[in-house]
Write a protein that binds this ligand. Structure first.
Ligand code: NI
Length: 187
């Protein structure tokens, strides 16, 4: 999920993201239209050295892109992992499950894979989640507000779902023009 404040103001050059600081890109962003974003991701087994390299690279990429969350399919990897940082430090989420939902709330969401677009999305306000962290520890937590929202947004990515799927038909028409200008439709 792109930053709640920076979502609209994020600088996206017409040709795509700026590459000034991106000297050695380890992971490449995938944009709306890419098949990876529409596939279901596979659960991950034991976290070992190679998974830790991926985790570090994903955290770096999320910060570089000024996102509050980044899911593996957004960098072309269909595995059940995402990272979140709402300003309290990075959280690594593996094989997530939402086991309880309560309340509901509308909020504008952006997505790094759908640059320049925001959609008003209705989601539960509170959730109880289970997942595995980067140390293979099982975690059960109650999440609220922004953390809950980002968790659900990233979890959607693992199920091949994008914010566009929440847009009304009227809204989709409005978004269509913007989507045509996305840096990369397919690869
Ligand atoms: Ni997203």
């Amino acid at each position: 999920m792109s930053g709640t404040i920076s979502a609209v103001n994020r600088t996206v050059t017409p040709g795509g993201r700026t590459k000034v600081f991106d000297v050695k890109p380890l992971l490449k962003m995938r944009y709306c239209g890419n098949v990876c974003l529409r596939q279901k991701s596979e659960p991950i087994g034991e976290i070992g050295p190679s998974e830790r390299v991926l985790i570090e690279a994903m955290i770096e990429k999320m910060h570089q892109e000024k996102g509050v969350g980044l899911a593996a399919p957004q960098v072309g990897i269909n595995q059940q992992i995402f990272v979140v940082d709402i300003g309290l430090g990075p959280v690594v989420v593996i094989n997530p499950r939402i086991i309880k939902r309560a309340g509901s709330e509308w909020q504008e969401e952006g997505c790094l894979s759908v640059p320049g677009v925001t959609v008003n999305v209705k989601r539960p306000k509170e959730i109880r989640v289970r997942y595995k962290d980067e140390n293979n520890q099982e975690v059960e937590q109650d999440l609220f507000d922004l953390m809950a929202r980002v968790f659900m947004h990233e979890n959607d990515h693992l199920n091949g779902k994008l914010i566009l799927d929440y847009a009304s038909w009227r809204e989709r028409g409005r978004l269509k023009k913007k989507l045509e200008k996305l840096p990369e439709k397919e690869e």
